[in-house]
Design a binder for this molecule. Structure first.
Ligand code: ASP
Length: 331
């Protein structure tokens, strides 16, 4: 008689897929938007919603009590640094802020990024880094044993800004597919444009890129857009896009990235969104800006309900709360 085949304890083929705490983000570095597929985006957006409800109801909770965030900023920041700090504090965690004062840290004594990171990880459970060089966040992540979150690496990426931008569009307009999104300004050096464009490639959107000739979207990124087979056009003139746009994403010309300041002077005042221009736009469109603005949106536009940039700022805190909770395994 043949012995009965020993049955495996589990049929691995039919077992449900593991559900990861934080949707696979636990202990992960956040370096690029390429880490976010639509499932992961939906996950973060759902958590951000919960964070908003929680903040509106009780202000703060103890979810990250006992956890420490090191905020290391080698470039100026108002919103990104403040929102990460607020996010951590509203979740009951603590922050080591090296934000406005890198010049007072050992960086000014010539300490390398690697050594600074290896020091901070002795104190902190997660490190948020802003640095002027493209690729610096990945370098830091290679050295660190704790998760590193990219808060802007030069003209490279700004993934957390792109998450909050996408979240804002969805919150304000209720969808992403089918929208016409126009990006205006410095598309060459604007890292927020680079990250947001990459995220948008996962949706059925139409893209309009409005910039001076020298500030057009980098070719590699434009090729990614073309490969995604989206409806895309470039122009130098906001008037070409204002009537049909659902989202007008306005950006600052990134003075700090220019080697020739005369060139910056030539293009810095090319665009200004005014009430007159807004009169031509759809009644349901939104104007966004990662801020700071330095003249690209007239102050008179602020009173227009379509001006979404300060609501966008608030969304940044909820998104960063969701992200910190996920990375630290407290979904
Ligand atoms: N705050 C954004 C950034 O850090 C946009 C800007 O600075 O123009 O990239």
């Amino acid at each position: 008689m043949l012995l009965e085949k020993i049955k495996p304890l589990f049929d691995f083929e039919t077992l449900p897929k593991p559900v990861y705490i934080g949707n696979g983000l636990t202990h992960q570095d956040i370096i690029s938007v390429s880490q976010f597929d639509t499932a992961r985006l939906d996950y973060i957006f759902a958590r951000a919603h919960e964070m908003r409800e929680m903040v509106e109801r009780v202000g703060a909770v103890d979810l990250l009590k006992g956890r420490v965030l090191a905020c290391l900023f080698y470039e100026p920041s108002t919103r990104t640094s403040a929102s990460f700090i607020a996010a951590m504090e509203r979740l009951g965690g603590a922050v080591i802020p090296i934000t406005q004062g890198v010049q007072f840290s050992s960086v000014s004594k010539g300490e390398t990024l690697a050594d600074t990171i290896r020091t901070l990880e002795q104190y902190a459970d997660v490190i948020v880094l802003r640095h002027p060089e493209i690729g610096s966040a990945q370098v830091a992540a290679d050295y660190a044993n704790v998760p590193v979150i990219n808060a802007g690496d030069g003209a490279g990426e700004h993934p957390t800004q792109a998450l909050l931008d996408l979240f804002t569009i969805k919150e304000e307009l209720g969808r992403l597919d089918g929208l016409k999104i126009a990006m205006v300004g410095d598309l060459r050096y604007g890292r927020t444009v680079h990250s947001l464009t990459r995220l948008l490639l996962q949706y059925k959107v139409s893209l309009r890129f409005v910039s001076p000739e020298i500030l057009r979207l980098p070719l590699t990124l434009m090729n990614e857009v073309i490969d995604a087979r989206l409806d895309v056009r470039e122009t130098h003139d906001v008037a070409d896009v204002i009537e049909n746009a659902d989202v007008l994403y306005v950006t600052r010309v990134q003075k700090e990235r220019f080697t020739d300041l005369a060139q910056y002077e030539e293009v810095k005042d090319q665009y200004e969104i005014t009430p007159e221009l807004m009169a031509k736009a759809k009644s349901k469109m939104i104007v966004m800006h990662p801020l700071p603005r330095v003249g690209e949106i007239h102050y008179a536009v602020d009173a227009d309900p379509r001006a979404a940039y300060f609501r966008q700022v608030k969304n940044g805190m909820y998104i960063r709360m969701a992200l910190l909770a996920a990375v630290l395994g407290k979904a």
